[in-house]
Structure formats: C-alpha cells, structure tokens
Write a protein of this length. Sequence first.
Length: 360
Amino acid sequence: MLKITHILYSGLGGTADVCQILCKLDKIIQSKSSLIQVGPKKLSYNLFKPNNKAHFVKTYRFLTIFYFFQIFNKIKKEKPNLIFIHNFQIVPILIYKLFFNKTLKVIYIDHTPNQLKTFKDFFVCYCFQKVINFFVVLNKDSYLYLLDKIGINQSKIKIIPNSVNKNFIINIKKKETKKNSLIIGMASRINKLKRHDLIVNALEDNELKNFKIKCLFAGEGENINNIKNMIKSKNKFKFYGTLNPRDLKKWYQSLDVYIQATNGEGHSTSILQAMGMNLPILASNVSGIKNFLSPKKKIGFLFENKKKSLIKVMKKFIFMSNLERYNIIKSQKRYVLENYSEEVFLNKYKKIIKHIIWIF
C-alpha cells in the first residue's frame, strides 16, 4: 500500500483545505495518508479522519535544528513512500531520503503567492530541485517563477488550482437583500498581504455613510491589532477569529456578498468556498484572482486596490436588482463546479502520482 505523508504549516488557509481534500485520494488509489503539522500553534480542529495519523511539531524561534529533528522522527515513524510538502521543511525529508528510503518521492506544492515569495522560496526550490520529483503551482505566475527565475524543467511543473470542498457546496436559493443594506465578509489570515485596511477605509468613507453595511472578518494574524485600531465605527465590524469548517460554513451563510481584498493570492480557496455557498464575489484585480474571475462572464466583480474603486464596486452591487444577483450566483456556481470540483482536482493529482510512482 502507498503511504503518503503531508507536511504543512499549522495555520488556517487554503493549505489545510488542500490537505483535507488530498486525503480523499486514499479511497481512489488505495493509499493511507498521515499528517505532520508544523508551527507555533496546532489547528483547533482535526483535518483528517480518525483512522489517519496526525502529528504536531511545535516550533520556536532560533531553534530550527531542534524541530527539524522532531519532524525527521515523525517521518521515520510513518515510513512514507510519498511526501507532499506544503511548507519549507525539506531538510528532514532530504535526510530521510538519503539514509532510509532512497526511492521516496516528493511533491512540492507552492502555496505562496509571488508577492510574498522570499529568498527562502528561491533557496528551497533551487537547491533541492533534485530531491523534489514534482512541483505543483496554483497559477501561471507561479509557474513562470519556477520556470524562468529558478530554471526548473517544465516537465516537472504542473498548474493545479485549489478546489472547493464538497462541504461548501449548497443548493441555490433566491435571497432578497434589504434595500441599502449589505453584510459582507472576508475569511483569511490578517496580515499585510491582505487588504483589510482597504475595506475599513472604504466603509468608513462618507460616500457609504447612508448605507447599512456590516463587515465580518474571519481569521487571525499578526496585523489584527493594527486593523482594529483603524476602526472608528465599531458597530460596522466584527472579528470572528479562526473558525472550524462547520462554523465557517455558518459564517458564509450569514453574508450577502463575499469580498477578498488582497495584494495577491496563490488561488483563493475562500473565494471558491464562497462561490459554492452562493455568494457573489467582490475581489482585488491581482495575480491569483484576475486569472480565474471574469466579470464579463458574470464570474465575480474586480476592483483595483484603491478606496474609490472598491466604493464604486460596492455601490454598483448595492443598487443591483435581486434578479441580477441571482443570475451572477448561478453563473459562479456552474463555473466553480465545472472547473474546481474535488473530482477534477483529485484526478489531476492522481495523474501526477501515477507518473512518478508506477504502482497502480
């Protein structure tokens, strides 16, 4: 039996959702998956089913060697034939491959948007490209980064966008929004890559003062206190912290529209989830979003990362008829099911695994 281990950072985001869906390969290719979470804090909910082993390695600043050793021990205990690496923990994998399993296969999934890539991204991909059997990227910009800037052979790179978990697909129901009223929300890490500040500035502007707009933020991050300090109209904003999948689904259902204000994405899982939950999308016109949203085809609305542009899009949506909104929801739903379903996603990964491991 093929034994698969996933190594990822233990934070909320698309990475966790990708791991959860990839675990479903076990039924398709008769494999068995395990998980190693690495980070300062363990996820508050279980990603995998009880029959899948899950480990947690707590990290501390300046003690890299200590937790590398712990990760190595977890890998040695699981004895995988294939490792999906979702972060930068390549050194323990290299040691395990050199001394314990020379036939080990490694698939590196590049979740990091190009706007956030650092020397660490370059170093891991460039120096360990012979250890990594296959690179998966989420969009064309990341593909070109590996191809042109690092020189990875194109036969080793595949673009596979994220997919939407079946749990976040619900039936379409017509919903009438109150006049001049709107509940918007954004689910993401609250860091400097995300533009929570842009949303706050737009909603605090006098141009929107006559509209009843509430904004719900789901997620945590190092920039949360700065965002809270910007807010003057406290009743307009609410922070929910990190939500488990069940509570996150309820959170989506409380919204009228989903917004993603950001400087860049790999491929936004939150947008896909929101589409599956029948929410119209307002999103930044940036890499990782503009390559799959299309206002001309009624697939989301794009705005520039400027206050006036966001206000304009919000007002356009507020004055839109319920029928127009319903047609947009239908277009988005059809689009996400045809292109970003679990079945499409898992089929692409199955082909990669079959390509590098000829056992099924």
